[in-house]
Design a binder for this molecule. Structure first.
Ligand code: XMP
Length: 513
């Protein structure tokens, strides 16, 4: 891999991959590493620039994350963000203290346009602040380059030694010119050419995987969704027939989905893959019987998946590598980057402790969903497949609140099929990020014909989102919702009420469990 690289050193902030993503959007390859990675390893990456992220602690905390001071002697440009800015001040002889007023949210700042970081920007801008400590005095040799009413040192720099620091978060969308600032850091300060593209990412992954797996064998967990399909393309280009894609039909798929996935991946005219479909529904249903807790359901499904893959691997023989299409939001929401666990995404946090493969390969683990789609297009995947709306690994298991039963699966499959049909009929399917029907665990009283009913309520969900980390509910035309409601109640036995979920993420999540 011989691209220019900028390294983000992770001090525990929430938005670290977002920083990496913005740098990649500026056309520069970017990786996130722990702040205490060995200096030799960091040097070996030959970074053109370093970014210190935010973090949850005060630099005066007993367990504060402090990096190796020798990093400042590498002669590589540095940008510190929030905690990273305070750390720079602290380590180079400035003063950090509790701010008079904590700043959270949108804040107006004035910029010194002579700073290379703020090139092409002028005067006032809006940024996103989130801090209780602040820099009180900059180190010797540094100038203040931005201020807000409550934060007189909102940015500072030593242009000669190429060390820059901002108290706010340029990586979040709420910082109006944040993209330009990160672009300026990458291109103007670090002097990167900015010619890296997603196609390079795929190329590098293919080469790295080829070097690692060689003539060995890998088994890929294929769901037919975007992530695992893109992972399958990368692996197939890397190791050809050394790869076997295993599609586990756990009986929790959408209506007709198993056949649709098989039709795409077993079609030798289109894709030359070793493809195996395993009907494992009975064993999944048996394990899920009586289980109501969402996390328990996720873990059971995750574990059962792995056991099926292990069995298939034994049948193939000598399979050392297990491949999954994990993407970054799966990792962050499963709490594997030390943030709080939201839910155990089945392909990461849902993995059992013991997995009978020598190594797990996750070629997409640094990417967001829309970046994965770009890679898919680069690799020539059909755009229908690439733009398929996501479907979670645990499937309908997490779209049925409470115990999973055959009756509930039938209800949710039929209701969802009607919803999808009507959304497509209204021409809305390509405009909505993700939409589906789910089943509440609520029964209520209704009247159909002249009789009383006591049946389930189906909930419809539709969200727009770019990265699936946050989402907004979609304003589906009332007539469409009415038609879907009427059809579901009339056509799906066991349902007498249909609800529409207006909640965004946060505070809700996209899936119900
Ligand atoms: P949530 O519900 O966490 O969903 O807001 C965010 C996105 O991730 C999908 N999702 C999953 N995908 N395995 C997956 O492969 C999982 O366990 C899983 N859980 C949620 C969800 O459909 C949405 O697109």
């Amino acid at each position: 891999m011989k691209n220019e690289v900028i390294v983000v050193l992770d001090f525990g902030g929430q938005y670290n991959q977002l920083i990496a993503r913005r740098i990649r959007e500026a056309g520069v390859y970017c990786e996130v590493h722990p702040y205490d990675m060995p200096l030799e390893k960091l040097k070996a990456l030959a970074p053109k620039g370093l970014i210190f992220t935010g973090g949850p602690n005060s630099i005066y905390a007993a367990d504060a994350a402090i990096c190796d001071k020798a990093i400042f002697e590498m002669g590589v440009p540095i940008l510190g963000i929030c905690y990273g800015a305070q750390l720079i001040a602290h380590m180079l002889g400035g003063v950090v203290a509790k701010a008079k007023t904590s700043e959270y949210g949108r804040t107006a700042i004035s910029l010194n346009a002579n700073s290379k970081l703020f090139e092409s920007l002028n005067g006032e801008t809006i940024c996103w602040m989130s801090h209780t400590d602040a820099v009180k005095e900059v180190p010797a040799g540094f100038n203040i380059t931005a201020e807000s009413v409550d934060c007189p040192i909102a940015a500072f720099e030593n242009a000669a030694s190429k060390v820059y620091a901002v108290q706010f978060h340029p990586e979040v969308a709420h910082t109006e010119n944040g993209e330009m600032m990160l672009n300026n850091f990458a291109r103007v300060v670090c002097g990167c050419a900015g010619d890296w593209q997603m196609a390079d990412f795929a190329k590098e992954q293919i080469e790295a995987i080829r070097a690692k797996v060689g003539a060995g064998k890998a088994l890929l967990a294929l769901s037919g969704g975007v992530d695992s399909s893109v992972a399958a393309m990368i692996l197939s280009k890397a190791i050809g027939k050394g790869l076997t894609c295993v599609f586990v039909d756990h009986g929790l798929l959408r209506k007709n989905e198993g056949d649709e996935v098989e039709a795409i991946f077993a079609d030798k005219n289109k894709l030359d893959l070793n493809f195996i479909r395993v009907d494992a529904s009975k064993r999944f249903y048996a394990k899920l019987a009586g289980v109501t807790d969402p996390e328990a359901k996720r873990k059971i499904i995750g574990e059962e998946f792995i056991r099926v893959f292990e069995e298939e691997a034994k049948k193939i023989g000598a399979v050392d590598f297990f491949v999954q299409g994990t993407i970054y939001p799966d990792i962050i929401e499963s709490g594997l980057n030390k943030s709080a666990v939201i839910k155990s995404h089945h392909n990461v946090g849902g993995l059992p402790d013991y997995v009978d493969f020598k190594e797990i390969i996750e070629p997409l683990r640094l990417l967001f969903k829309d970046e994965v789609r770009k890679v898919g297009i680069e690799l020539g995947l059909d755009s229908k497949l690439v733009n398929r709306q996501p479907f979670p690994g645990p499937g309908l298991g997490i779209r049925i609140i409470g115990e999973v039963t055959a009756e509930k699966i039938r209800i949710v499959q039929d209701a969802d099929a009607i919803y999808r049909e009507e959304i497509a009929f209204a021409g809305l399917d390509e405009q909505i990020g993700q939409y589906f029907a789910a089943l509440t665990n609520m029964k209520s009283v209704g009247v159909m014909g002249d009789s009383r009913t006591y049946d389930y309520a189906v909930v419809l969900r539709a969200v727009e989102t770019s990265d699936f980390m946050t989402a907004k509910s979609v304003k589906i035309p009332w007539e469409v919702l009415e038609k879907v409601t009427t059809r579901i109640v009339n056509e799906v036995g066991g349902v007498n009420r249909v609800l529409y979920d207006l909640t965004g993420k946060p505070p809700a999540t996209i899936e119900l469990e």
